[in-house]
Design a protein around this ligand. Structure first.
Ligand code: SF4
Ligand code: SF4
Length: 542
């Protein structure tokens, strides 16, 4: 089934420093007294604590639930008591403390009730994804994307190739190589489960050609499974061959489009450790509570791999591997893509593949101006222009960085590695990405605030309009009522006027001189005149 391998652009041949941590078999790290579990150990939304301080918890019990689609739950790695839910230092490039659940272990390792699905083929894809989601499984190769989402191609997307990534290309890191040597059967089990969830026929396990022991173990495991349509392909050891896009290019010859996903070209890619975690979750019912971690670097005398419970402090593992006087800096991940942590008290999380303990001498402190030599562009596997990105990121011209496809940068560090001016280019790209995300978040928040404000305005205006309408209707009503009142008043007034007119007319009638005063004699007239005169005089005097 396999076709000839392709070559991705750029890349570097790097010294491996791998054998130093592979001389002894992986052992379980001792159970620590305290386990510190950050609520956010993956890409997406943080989980939400579902326990409270003082609660007794069992090993494997869910202690924080997923809050969103892109989120995964967290489980207690051992039995014990929740003694704190508070902000603690976590392994993150920002060095900012984050919410954690702290468990004081009781040493009893009492498991919660488990629900294995040994006959997983009877489950449909959706039910299988739910099992994987509830087990809190994320990509263990470093990215930490919830695995169940990558197992859901969505309607209209047909997956024709599932690639299992065993190309652990970064120097120093050997946890996947050890896992492939020691847990090869489990990896094949996990691959078969993912294959069933995706309903994909063709699968590839990609492994670098310098990992011979791991290759042999996987080939043997595959023969035992008698699995068809699974190829194990050895790829050239070239950094960053394990980058998702670079691996897909190498295996299939296809390019994942810029701003696109492997799913867009019918490919899904998972890490070998993720496959093993899925097998444990489905076949044994155990959630993701531990992982292989490489503890290495000049700062430890006995570099090695350990199977570590999530939440174990880096310091316990570093001490176990013989911390020496050179130990000055602590990196989570490898020297190319890893980042400095705030101190060795931070805990192991789901994405902690390696703890690199460095001496000061391993670091270059002086930085010179860019001389536009172009070496960074020659090695960039994403075919970007790193020096342009650097200029714009440094000038905080983030629109321009996006014009130059900043988000296609996989932060492999090849450009920084070859830069003769020792410019920490990747740090500038991470800074630019963080700023852009922060601005996006701010924009989202201000959009929400603006929408709320507009809705409030709308509500106020609607209320005002409703009040006005109510007032208008009241006025209309009053007017109508007053109109009726007015006509009643008018009728009343008319009746009064008519009565008054009648009285007046009567009075006028009464003031007409009586008829019997006509035809009076002179004597009578004089007598009347005298009476009238007297009456007038009396009236005037009074
Ligand atoms: S390698 Fe360094 S000095 Fe050369 S162009 Fe790139 S950033 Fe500038
Ligand atoms: S870190 Fe980004 S810009 Fe630099 S070489 Fe890698 S992909 Fe290219």
């Amino acid at each position: 089934m396999s076709s000839p391998l392709s070559k991705f652009f750029g890349g570097l041949k790097l010294p491996g420093f791998k054998s130093i941590s592979m001389s002894q078999a992986t052992e379980d790290a001792p159970l620590p007294k305290l386990l510190t579990l950050p609520l956010k150990q993956h890409i997406g939304h943080a989980a939400e604590a579902i326990v409270k301080i003082g609660d007794q918890v069992l090993k494997g019990q869910m202690i924080a639930a997923a809050q969103d689609y892109v989120s995964t739950p967290i489980h207690a790695p051992s039995s014990g008591k929740v003694i704190a839910i508070e902000k603690r230092l976590v392994p993150h490039p920002s060095g900012i403390p984050a919410d954690c659940i702290v468990i004081e272990t009781d040493g009893e390792e009492r498991w919660t009730e488990l629900s294995p699905h040994t006959n997983y083929r009877q489950l449909d894809a959706s039910a299988l994804r739910n099992v994987i989601r509830d087990a809190g499984i994320v990509g263990l190769g470093g990215a930490g994307f919830p695995s169940f989402i990558k197992l859901n191609p969505g309607p209209g997307n047909i997956i024709n190739t599932l690639i299992l990534n065993g190309a652990e290309c970064e120097p120093y890191i050997t946890c996947d190589a050890m896992l492939m040597q020691e847990q090869s059967r489990k990896i094949i089990d996990g691959l078969n489960i993912m294959r069933h969830a995706l309903q994909v026929e063709y699968c590839v396990i990609a492994i670098e050609d310098n990992k011979r022991a791991a290759h042999t173990m996987l080939v043997n495991a595959l023969q035992e499974h008698e699995a068809e349509y699974i190829d194990i392909i050895q790829i050239p050891t070239l950094y960053p061959a394990g980058g998702e896009k670079q691996l897909i290019k190498t295996i299939t010859g296809k390019e994942v489009p810029s701003h696109g996903l492997p799913i867009n070209i019918g490919v899904v890619c998972h890490n070998v450790a993720t496959a093993a975690a899925i097998a444990t979750a489905v076949l044994e019912g155990k959630p993701l509570i531990s992982r292989y971690v490489t503890v290495t670097g000049e700062g430890v005398d006995h570099p090695r791999n350990l199977n570590v419970l999530m939440g174990t402090a880096f310091s316990e593992l570093i001490d176990l591997c013989g911390k020496n006087s050179k130990a000055e800096e602590f990196i989570m991940g490898g020297p190319m893509m890893g980042f400095d942590v705030a101190g060795d008290s931070v805990p192991v999380i789901k994405t902690s593949n390696c703890i690199l303990v460095k001496s000061k001498a391993e670091k270059t402190d002086y930085v010179m101006p860019c001389i536009r030599c172009g070496q960074c562009a020659d090695v960039c596997p994403a075919q970007l222009l790193p020096q342009q990105l650097y200029w714009y990121a440094r000038a905080k011209n983030f629109d321009k960085t996006q014009d130059y496809n900043l988000f296609d940068c996989i932060e492999c560090g090849c450009c920084s590695y070859v830069c003769p001016s020792h410019i920490p280019l990747v740090q500038y790209y991470r800074f630019a990405k963080t700023e852009i995300w922060a601005q996006e978040e701010e924009k989202k928040s201000s959009d929400i605030a603006r929408q709320r404000h507009e809705f409030r305005q709308f509500r106020m205006e609607r209320k005002k309009a409703e009040n006005e309408e109510r007032k208008r209707q009241k006025r209309e009503l009053l007017k109508k009522v007053n109109g009726e009142k007015d006509s009643a008043e008018d009728a009343k007034k008319a009746a009064i006027k008519a009565a008054m007119d009648r009285v007046k007319a009567k009075r006028e009638t009464q003031s007409i001189a009586p008829e019997n005063t006509s035809n009076l004699s002179e004597q009578q007239k004089q007598a009347i005149a005298e009476v009238d005169s007297r009456r007038k005089k009396v009236k005037e005097e009074s």
